[in-house]
Design a protein around this ligand. Structure first.
Ligand SMILES: NC(=O)c1c(N)nc(OC2CCCC2)nc1O[C@@H]1CCC[C@@H]1O
Length: 331
């Protein structure tokens, strides 16, 4: 019933009951990642308590969940529209297919093409928007056009600059991932606290970034590798390799293993190197990415509905036995 219809005595009893219940649910939520009620049930009780405390301010106590600023549990993330869609990638599963892709590219373009070769980090895509050098929004890819606003969570990731080294307004995109060591620690903690362990670092990163409560994200030791500068022409950046150096100079963490390759021989060497080194890397990779290095040429080649024509992912065979669903190869 509405708060105004409670007498002071009734309100006192109801407020104590709600506070105890909500604090119990928060304990489950924060410590075990295993809440026993849905966020909506929590929200409803939270709003009832807020209404009663507004009607009877003298009933507010310091331990009331309404007094902890900043970790209000939203029932859902705010949605974010990506002005430029966040695309995924076509992929191939053999060097032969990759060579065919390169041959098609060269015949399309009419001359040999330089690629920027990058490791394909096994995480989830993240967009970061800055105004005059200040981080103002972090969001997930979602369906490519609409993602989730995870700004408060992103602010807890150490490698995400809160303030750039230059007061620029821009958007960058990259991969949010969980380092292998953090993943092992998290699963060990999940085991001891009776939580459910995550299947792999990618799922753990997704579950940690898409947490409704930033304090939980903060404890997950997420990291980032930034790889896309949006509208690079605004900054007189003309190649992908240059874009990565430009973003690193602004304070972003970029992957140190990207290099320009002029032919398939260089790419074959790169693939062999990282097929061997893969297990020794402190983060998960599931392949390599070839991108046309010249950004004007990328723009000329454009994108199909879902994937760019100017880049392809070469996927390694999966580490653990899993059914690999062969994605559509770029045609
Ligand atoms: N996972 C990666 O390391 C990676 C990368 N190094 N570079 C790109 O380039 C974007 C640019 C436009 C479309 C893909 N994407 C990557 O990951 C994609 C993002 C969305 C799905 C994949 O995770």
């Amino acid at each position: 019933k509405p708060a105004a219809q409670f007498t002071l005595e009734e309100a006192q009893a109801e407020v104590e009951k709600l506070r105890k219940q909500l604090n119990q649910w928060r304990l489950e939520y924060y410590t075990k990642d295993a809440p026993t009620v849905t966020d909506n049930v929590y929200d409803d009780h939270y709003r009832d308590l807020q209404a009663l405390e507004e009607a009877y301010p003298k009933l507010v106590t310091p331990d009331s969940p309404t007094q902890e600023v900043g970790d209000v549990i939203n029932s859902d993330f705010a949605k974010v529209q990506h002005p430029i869609p966040m695309l995924s990638m076509g992929d191939v599963f053999s060097f032969e297919e990759l060579s065919e892709w390169d041959a098609r590219m060269q015949s399309n373009v009419g001359h040999p093409v330089d690629y920027n070769v990058e490791l394909k980090i096994d995480g989830l895509a993240l967009s970061l928007i800055y105004e005059n050098g200040k981080l103002v929004q972090g969001s997930t890819r979602g369906d490519g056009n609409v993602g989730e606003d995870v700004t408060r969570n992103v602010l807890t990731i150490a490698s995400v600059p809160k303030q750039l080294k230059q007061p620029l307004s821009l958007e960058v995109r990259g991969e949010c991932y969980m380092p292998k060591a953090a993943f092992a620690k998290l699963n060990a903690r999940q085991e001891t606290e009776g939580g459910t362990p995550f299947a792999n670092p990618r799922n753990a990163a997704a579950g940690s970034l898409r947490q409704l409560d930033a304090k939980v994200t903060a404890a997950r030791e997420l990291d980032t590798f930034i790889y896309t500068l949006i509208e690079p022409e605004q900054f007189n950046v003309t190649t992908q390799h240059e874009a990565i150096a430009f973003m690193q100079a602004l304070g972003f963490t970029t992957n140190p293993s990207s290099e320009v390759a002029g032919d398939m021989q260089a790419i074959d060497t790169y693939i062999k190197k990282y097929t061997t080194d893969r297990d020794a890397l402190p983060y998960g990779i599931d392949g390599i990415v070839l991108k046309v290095n010249d950004l004007a040429l990328q723009a000329q080649l454009g994108n199909t509905v879902k994937v760019p024509r100017w880049e392809i992912a070469y996927k390694f065979p999966p580490e653990e036995a899993e059914t690999v669903i062969h994605d559509i190869v770029w045609t």
